[in-house]
Design a binder for this molecule. Structure first.
Ligand SMILES: [Zn+2]
Ligand SMILES: [Zn+2]
Length: 187
C-alpha cells in the first residue's frame, strides 16, 4: 500500500498549502496566450542573442536576426517548417531552410525559444521562452489541442524532488496527455 503524503509527512505540501492561501498561484490556472513582444522587447531579445553569438566568437548577421524576429513574432507552438513558411511569405528569401534549422538551436541556447510538446515525438515544436510566464502542457492525443497551465503545487513539488536528490533544478518538461472534452463527447 502506498502512503499518501500529508502535510505532516511531507513538508513541501505544507508549503503548497501556504502558497495556495497566499495567492491564486496555489490554484491551477490556464495560461493565456502571451501578448506579442513590443519593439523594445524584440530589441532586448536580439541583444540577448547577440551576447550568445559574441561568446561563441560568431558575428552578428542580418539573416540570423531576421530569423529571430520571425520566431519571436510567432504565437503559440510552431514547427521550424512553419517558421520557414513565414520567412518565405515575408520575403526572407535569403533565409535558406538549412540556415533556419541551424539557427533555431542557437535561439534556444540564447533563451529566446524552447523546445515544446516533446511527447509529440517528432522533436520539432518550439515556442517563445523570452519574457514568458513558465507553463506546462496538457495535450489531446486525439486532436492535438493543447492547454497551457500553471500550477504552483507542481512547481514546488518538483523543486522538492530535485533537492532531495541534491539537484538544483534548472529546467523541467511537464506534459500531460489525454483526451479533450470535445473528443470525449465523441462526435
Ligand atoms: Zn481533442
Ligand atoms: Zn506552451
Amino acid at each position: 500500500m502506498v502512503a499518501l503524503p500529508s502535510e505532516t509527512t511531507h513538508p513541501a505540501l505544507g508549503r503548497v498549502a501556504k502558497k495556495a492561501n497566499e495567492s491564486q498561484h496555489g490554484v491551477v490556472h490556464e495560461v493565456s496566450p502571451a501578448p506579442p513582444l513590443d519593439d523594445a522587447g524584440i530589441e532586448r531579445a536580439l541583444d540577448q542573442l547577440a551576447a550568445i553569438i559574441r561568446s561563441q566568437g560568431l558575428r552578428r548577421s542580418a539573416v540570423r536576426d531576421r530569423i529571430a524576429r520571425a520566431a519571436l513574432a510567432r504565437q503559440g507552438h510552431f514547427t521550424v517548417d512553419e517558421l520557414i513558411g513565414d520567412l518565405r511569405r515575408d520575403g526572407g528569401g535569403d533565409a535558406h531552410p538549412a540556415t533556419v534549422y541551424r539557427v533555431v538551436p542557437l535561439l534556444v541556447e540564447a533563451g529566446l525559444l524552447k523546445p515544446t510538446l516533446i511527447t509529440e515525438g517528432d522533436g520539432s515544436h518550439y515556442e517563445r521562452a523570452f519574457e514568458r510566464e513558465h507553463h506546462d502542457h496538457l495535450i489531446c492525443t486525439a486532436c492535438g489541442k493543447v492547454v497551457e497551465f500553471h500550477f504552483e503545487a507542481i512547481e514546488v513539488l518538483q523543486d522538492d524532488i530535485a533537492s532531495r536528490f541534491g539537484f538544483e533544478l534548472t529546467n523541467h518538461v511537464h506534459e500531460l496527455q489525454g483526451i479533450c472534452p470535445t473528443c470525449r463527447s465523441g462526435d
